[in-house]
Write a protein that binds this ligand. Structure first.
Ligand code: AMP
Ligand code: MG
Length: 349
């Protein structure tokens, strides 16, 4: 039997499954039992970073190497947080936002890649994914005791949501936000890309396999315990602590965007954190979207945009993209599974 401990952080459910001696974690998506292959050590540690629980698991030939890989992974998370946190006034992203309408800034290659991918995701989702949503995200400031911003206030911000006014120069690695007041928010893609970069650092430090889990953004890599891949559970969007479906990941990333993750309720209506750039209101066509991709940057970047697009356009996009699969729970709770996951996904009764 498994023991389930639930922790709530910003409304997001985190499950820690303790099964015998093997320990596993999950967030939005959850990971089942793991044990190291013979002659391999497995180390798993969790810390709070990026406003959420970060859990790193490393498999390596020795315990020392696995420990080192995990420590290096956490160091990388702290470095990336220093680049992208909007809570830190000196982060690259805060400086880019503060320079809006004023100054072009040189940025790190990691920030440049993140912003290039974000603009690609905007194009792929026909503008449903929009990192220029910062001012609207702040106006809603979704948390337990938020208020509903009025329509006039939101409309006033609309001109700032113009992704074409985000100027990226890849040659000289500079960024310029053309309109004063513009603010970039990478909350919908940053953790997925961070998971990719952290996994790479862990690999460089001797991990032959492992998992990086930053809230609902999970990246798996390399040789897996027992050589069988990493079993992951997808959270049921309406039944806290219940798994909707399971699948096994191999060198893949998985990310879930859900309306249950951060929200407040007023007069019986739920207002959540995934906002539609057209209506400037919470997107209403899905309960959750889970994307499986080779890279975390795509899994995370696409889950948010596809949530906004809704089940029909969203599933059509998933089917059109190579190496991208997904599970969409629509507004009525109907579960749609992409063709590449048929036969791989185990639905729970
Ligand atoms: P995720 O959990 O990946 O769906 O990301 C949700 C976060 O992305 C929100 O908390 C906002 O910070 C940001 N966000 C909300 N709506 C959008 C949108 N339409 N496009 C891009 N980012 C968004
Ligand atoms: Mg996302």
């Amino acid at each position: 039997m498994s023991r389930v401990t639930e922790v709530r952080k910003r409304g997001r459910a985190v499950f820690v499954l303790l099964m015998g001696s093997a320990l596993a974690i999950s967030v939005g998506c959850r990971m089942a039992e793991m044990s190291p292959p013979p002659s391999h050590a497995m180390v798993k540690r969790a810390q709070m970073h990026m406003g959420t629980l970060a859990t790193l698991t490393a498999v390596a030939p020795t315990d020392g190497l696995a420990q080192e890989a995990v420590s290096a992974g956490f160091k990388e998370i702290r470095r990336l947080e220093g680049l992208w946190s909007t809570w830190m006034p000196k982060s690259e992203l805060s400086r880019i936002n503060a320079a809006a309408g004023r100054e072009r800034l040189a940025v790190s290659s990691e920030t440049m890649v993140l912003l290039v991918r974000a603009l690609e995701a905007a194009q792929m989702t026909d503008g449903a994914f929009n990192i220029a949503m910062g001012p609207v995200v702040e106006a809603w400031n979704i948390s337990k005791d938020s208020r509903i911003p009025n329509a006039q206030e939101l409309e006033h911000l609309r001109p700032l949501l113009d992704v074409s006014a985000i100027q990226l120069n890849e040659q000289d690695q500079t960024v310029y936000l053309v309109k004063p007041g513009m603010r970039i928010d990478v909350g919908g893609i940053g953790k997925g890309y961070a998971a990719d970069l952290v996994a790479e650092v862990m690999r460089r430090h001797g991990a032959t396999g492992g998992v990086v889990a930053l809230a609902g953004d999970i990246k798996t890599f390399g040789d897996l315990p027992g050589g069988t891949g990493f079993p992951i559970g997808i959270q049921h969007p309406r039944r806290s602590g219940v798994v909707l479906a399971r699948l096994v990941l191999r060198d893949e990333a998985i990310s879930t965007a859900g309306d249950y993750e951060r929200y407040f309720e007023q007069d019986g209506v739920v207002y959540h954190h995934i906002l539609d750039p057209h209506t400037l209101q919470p997107a209403r066509l899905c309960q959750s979207v889970t994307i499986v991709a080779k890279e975390g940057v795509w899994a995370d970047g696409l889950d948010t945009g596809i949530f906004v697009l809704g089940p029909e356009r969203g599933m059509a996009l998933i089917e059109a993209l190579p190496d991208v699969e997904g599970v969409i729970v629509d507004a009525d709770g109907k579960v749609l599974v992409s063709s590449g996951l048929q036969g791989r996904l185990q639905r729970e009764p």
